[in-house]
Design a protein around this ligand. Structure first.
Ligand SMILES: [Zn+2]
Length: 251
C-alpha cells in the first residue's frame, strides 16, 4: 500500500480506474464461469435423457406384458404337443383296440392338432406385436448412445471453458494485486466497501454531468461542487455513492 501523501495527486485515480477495469474483467469472468452455455446444454441433454428413459420404461413394460402372454402361449402349445405325441404313440401301439375307440382317439388327435395350430397362430400375432416394440427399444438405445456421446462432449467443452476462465482469472487477479498496491489504503478501503454494496463497480468516470456507474446525472449544483473539488479529494456520486473519477484527476 502506498500512502496517499507520497503519491502525486492524479496518480491514485489513474491506478483506481485501472483497478476498476481489472475488477470489471474479473467480475465478467466469474459471471461467465457461473453461466456457461455448456451448463444449460448439459441440463437440456440430461432432461432429454430422463425423458427418454421414461419413454423407454413404458415400452419395456408393454413389451414385458406381450412377452408374458407369449410365454403362457408357449406353455399351452407345449402341453398340446405332449398330448399329441401321447395320442400318436397310443395309436401306434394300439392292438386289439375297438375301431370305435381308435376313431375316438383319432378324433381327439385332430382336435388337439387343430387347437395347437390355433395357439401357434395366436403366438405369431404376438410376435408381430413384439416386432415394433423391439424396434422402438433399439431406437431408444441408439438415441441413448447418441445422447451419452453428446453429454460427454458437453462435459469436455465445459471443462475446457472453465479451465480457460480459471487461467484468465489467475492472471487477472495477479494484475489486480499489483494495481491494488498502487492505490492508497484509505481510497482502496472506500472502494472495496462500495463494491461490497454495488457488486463489481466501486469507482466510475464522471462524463459531463453523468455518473458512469449508475448512468444518472448529477444536479447542476452537485456537479459544480464536485468539479470544484481538489484533485486529491475523493468525490462520490450523489445517487449511487460510487467514487467519481473526474477527467482532471486522470490527466
Ligand atoms: Zn452514480
Amino acid at each position: 500500500m502506498t500512502d496517499a501523501s507520497a503519491t502525486a495527486p492524479d496518480y491514485p485515480m489513474v491506478a483506481l480506474l485501472a483497478l476498476q477495469g481489472v475488477d470489471t474483467e474479473i467480475h465478467q469472468l466469474l459471471h461467465r464461469r457461473g453461466n456457461l452455455p455448456e451448463a444449460q446444454e448439459f441440463e437440456a441433454a440430461s432432461a432429454e435423457q430422463r425423458a427418454l428413459q421414461a419413454e423407454r420404461a413404458t415400452v419395456v413394460a408393454e413389451r414385458d406384458l406381450v412377452a408374458e402372454r407369449q410365454a403362457e402361449l408357449e406353455e399351452r402349445i407345449a402341453k398340446q404337443s405332449t398330448r399329441l405325441h401321447e395320442l400318436e404313440r397310443q395309436m401306434k401301439a394300439a392292438q386289439n383296440v375297438a375301431p370305435r375307440d381308435l376313431e375316438a382317439m383319432d378324433h381327439e388327435l385332430h382336435q388337439v392338432a387343430e387347437f395347437r395350430s390355433t395357439l401357434e397362430d395366436d403366438e405369431l400375432l404376438l410376435l408381430e406385436e413384439l416386432e415394433p416394440l423391439d424396434a422402438a427399444l433399439a431406437e431408444f438405445d441408439e438415441r441413448a448412445t447418441a445422447l451419452e456421446e453428446q453429454v460427454a462432449s458437453i462435459r469436455v467443452r465445459g471443462s475446457e471453458a472453465v479451465a480457460a476462465i480459471d487461467a484468465a482469472l489467475v492472471e487477472r487477479r495477479a494484475e489486480r494485486d499489483r494495481l491494488a498496491n498502487d492505490v492508497p489504503g484509505a481510497l482502496l478501503g472506500q472502494y472495496e466497501a462500495i463494491r461490497k454494496q454495488h457488486g463489481a463497480v466501486g469507482a466510475a468516470r464522471l462524463r459531463g454531468d453523468r455518473c458512469d456507474g449508475c448512468s444518472l446525472s448529477l444536479s447542476a449544483v452537485e456537479r459544480d461542487r464536485v468539479l470544484a473539488m481538489g484533485l486529491d479529494e475523493v468525490s462520490t456520486c450523489e445517487h449511487c455513492g460510487r467514487i467519481l473519477i473526474r477527467d482532471r484527476q486522470l490527466s
